[in-house]
Design a protein around this ligand. Structure first.
Ligand code: GDP
Length: 411
């Protein structure tokens, strides 16, 4: 009996041991999945840490930036992995040709962008002029507003003198009187009668035949030069002209691609050369292509590296001289960033020494309250502002209309 009890006890102990083993065995079986889980981070980690991972990412980021720069209105989330980008590549050559918006009245349409940034100028002036007593202090405040808006010292003085003289004549000053007075004086200062047409008419080539109108676009990098050339192509196409683009900014790697994409969108061919190649020869070839295609206009985007480097500026002069082997350059547009203030004026002066500027394009006017630069730059160069950039959208370049501009300031 004792033996039986002993046997039962032993059996229980043995069974318990076995079940313990099973449990611990299960535990052990459960463990293996953990170790594989541990290596996982180290599998994903390497791409983030070693150089290989970094190198792989940088170019992709660059590509992405280029694509974003170029496809302005449809900035889609660039989530797609690398393989997804490839199927898009073959589609690129057949960029759907768009119909740009008509150019007439663009400034009026884009007026809201102007008034948002320029209100301080016009409204500030009106408020001060409406004060009951126009004492010296008030006139000084008026001067300050004009100077802050980058109108420039001499034009500011002229405007204040004119306003003082005319305000004296009023018995009572109603808000409407003052608005009208300011409208007239600002308009006079801006020059309502200056010729602001972009000269794109055909010229007579050195061989005696008609050649396309040639427009050179110059300016410091970052001012919006390439974008403006692309937008201008759209303006011309909208006006029924055929355009050839010359990507003579051979120094900025993305510039030629950027320009070509702008061109493809409106069905304009882009002539480009090797990277870091001779800009003058690209410009020459572009006009040659324009002549061969019997295009209406050739637009040449030029290199805009630092204006302080004399050699590079000379190069710009060379581009113009080489193009003139075909025939006349009808227009040299200087692109200035309105947000750079006095710096922009310094740039303007330097460019004017190298090439004969015939018109100014003031970009980024949507992002500054310093619209007075229009007056200052016209004084500085003696040439009119012909176009203004009012945003990053493809059709946000407008012919400059003084009246619509002044209305936006004070209405
Ligand atoms: P580039 O180096 O002078 O050729 O300059 P880009 O043409 O590449 O333009 C530089 C940046 O300025 C780009 O991001 C443009 O979208 C932006 N830009 C150009 N014109 C305007 C404008 O009128 N308004 C605003 N807000 N941005 C502009």
């Amino acid at each position: 009996m004792e033996f039986v009890i002993l046997a039962v006890v032993i059996a229980v102990v043995v069974l318990g041991a076995i079940s313990g083993l099973v449990v611990s065995g299960r535990k052990k079986k459960q463990l293996p999945p953990s170790p594989p889980a541990a290596p996982e981070p180290s599998v994903t980690a390497p791409p983030a840490e070693p150089h290989v991972g970094e190198e792989a990412e940088t170019p992709r980021d660059e590509e992405r930036r280029t694509i974003e720069e170029v496809t302005l209105p449809t900035a889609e989330a660039p989530e797609a992995p690398a393989p997804a980008a490839e199927p898009e590549a073959p589609a690129a050559p057949e960029v759907a040709v768009e119909v740009p918006e008509p150019t007439a009245g663009r400034l009026v349409r884009l007026r809201a962008r102007l008034s948002r940034s320029q209100n301080t100028l016009g409204k500030g002036l009106l408020t001060l002029l409406s004060r009951e007593h126009l004492d010296e202090e008030t006139w000084e405040e008026i001067e300050d507003i004009l100077l802050t808006a980058d109108v420039g010292v001499a034009p500011t003085q002229e405007l204040v003198d004119r306003l003082r003289e005319r305000v004296k004549v009023f018995g009572t000053r109603t808000p409407d009187d003052l608005r009208e007075l300011l409208r007239e004086e600002l308009l006079t200062l801006i020059g309502p009668d200056l010729d602001r047409t972009v000269h794109t008419a055909n010229g007579i080539g050195n061989g005696g035949d008609e050649i396309p109108g040639v427009v050179m676009v110059v300016g410091v990098n970052g001012t919006g030069k390439t974008t403006t050339t692309g937008k201008l192509a759209r303006v011309l196409v909208a006006d029924g002209k055929s355009v050839v683009l010359g990507a003579a900014d051979t120094f900025r790697a993305a510039a030629a691609d950027q320009l070509q994409t702008w061109g493809e969108r409106v069905g304009a061919r882009t002539v480009r050369g090797p990277e870091a190649g001779d800009p003058a020869s690209v410009a020459y070839d572009a006009v040659k292509e324009g002549i061969a295609e019997a295009a209406d206009v050739v637009l040449i985007d030029t290199a805009g590296r630092l204006h302080t480097k004399t050699g590079l500026m000379d190069e710009l002069g060379k581009v113009k001289r080489v193009v003139e082997k075909h025939g006349p350059v009808g227009e040299v547009l200087l692109v200035l960033d309105a947000t750079t203030g006095q710096n922009g004026l310094v740039q303007a002066r330097v460019f004017a020494e190298v090439v004969d500027i015939t018109g100014v394009v003031l970009t980024k006017l949507d992002g500054t309250a310093k619209g007075g630069i229009i007056i200052a730059v016209q004084r500085e160069l003696g040439v009119p502002v012909k176009l203004v950039g009012l945003g990053e959208g493809a059709d946000d370049l407008a012919p400059f209309e003084p009246k619509a501009f002044v209305d936006a300031l004070i209405d």
